[in-house]
Design a protein around this ligand. Sequence first.
Ligand code: IMP
Ligand code: MG
Length: 175
Amino acid sequence: MGLVPDDVVEVLFTEGQIRTRVQDLGRQISSDYAGRQLVLISILRGSVFFATDLARQIDLPLSMDFLSISSYGENSEGVVRITKDLEENIAGKDVLVLEDIIDTGFTLKYLLRTLGGRNPKSLEVCTLLDRRARRIIEVDLKYVGFEIPDKFVVGYGLDFRQRYRNLPYIGVVKP
Ligand code: IMP
Ligand code: MG
């Protein structure tokens, strides 16, 4: 699907650029986590496309789990709730949280506090996109796919009102 909808005003990363970057991340993670008990945790729904592509670029035994969260309202600073929890216990495991985008950092901060309380052996973050200019809460990101400017983006899993997740590239939508 190469079509760019009218309200997508700019393509930031093409399908090919994303594929190359995901391959790089997969190679790096394969080397960093060799010999460990890797669990990938994909945060629903935005990170699903990234997670399934990245997992296929990691040349290690691993397991995958999914966590769904929702924030209250539009400007819900840190008020996050788990709506679908993990299936497996992560105690003693090397956990890598996969996110679509880190913006203010509130969501991730909550997630890390919650997951950290379950005693994983290690807990790190791999985000496809990092919009650092809007960070309010400092969070430690082990792997970042791309840093992006302060624009709202869609595609490759990211939505605007549940639309555009299926675009194979990442683009900016009309404000
Ligand atoms: P944070 O808590 O402010 O870091 O918000 C992160 C969450 O907001 C992400 O997991 C996304 O679900 C959503 N989000 C933030 N920016 C964008 C965007 O540009 N496009 C789509 N979703 C976004
Ligand atoms: Mg999200």
